[in-house]
Ligand binder design. Structure first.
Ligand code: SF4
Ligand code: SF4
Ligand SMILES: [Zn+2]
Length: 178
């Protein structure tokens, strides 16, 4: 898999450590984060309905941010666990990858690469990892940020919407058809 050599040098890099989730997810590719950042009321409301929470409870600036979607605050056990283990993220833990993390990883396509992501984060540091992730989840043609479920770029229509999608297309498509 070639996930690191994007060849795209035009993306303006903004490192934001809040986007590095404890579990290895890149919150910059989360639809809720993107809708919040883009102030897209309609999309935020759609997520709120699906998650059965209010509009304000749905707004999210990333795993490490003060404002976080209620469903992630409620269901996530990783933050308390990393505190108990005195680590910054799971790959630094001597139980990595624990069974809880493996089970979490297998349930949805946007989580498919979290273990690999954790290892990469440990290898190159969070700041460099964030740069790689931003490229990995952006349109190869116009650099628009994508969620893990954008098969097609929402701005220019390029297929795939990102390198992540191109690596995991079949599983994402099967999941979206359910
Ligand atoms: S909703 Fe969860 S996965 Fe999405 S940006 Fe917020 S913390 Fe990250
Ligand atoms: S026990 Fe598992 S969830 Fe907890 S910090 Fe270690 S790897 Fe992460
Ligand atoms: Zn595009």
């Amino acid at each position: 898999m070639n996930r690191h050599n994007s060849g795209n040098t035009e993306i303006k890099i903004q490192n934001n450590k809040d986007l590095a989730a404890v579990c290895g997810l890149y919150c910059g590719a989360c639809g809720i984060y993107l809708a919040t950042r883009e102030d897209d009321t309609e999309r935020i409301l759609q997520y709120a309905v699906v998650l059965n929470q209010t509009f304000d409870e749905t707004l999210c600036d990333g795993c490490g941010a003060a404002r976080k979607s209620l469903h992630c605050t409620k269901m996530c056990t990783f933050i308390d666990c990393k505190k108990a283990k005195s680590v910054d993220f799971c790959a630094a833990c001597n139980e990595f990858p624990c069974q809880v993390l493996i089970e979490f990883q297998t349930k949805m396509p946007h989580r498919l690469e979290i273990l690999e992501s954790q290892i990469r984060m440990k290898e190159i540091g969070i700041e460099n990892w964030l740069i790689e992730m931003k490229n990995y989840f952006s349109c190869p043609r116009c650099s628009t940020a994508s969620s893990a479920y954008h098969l097609v770029c929402r701005k220019c229509g390029n297929t795939p919407g990102s390198k992540f999608v191109s690596q995991n297309k079949d599983l994402i498509e099967q999941y979206l058809l359910k």
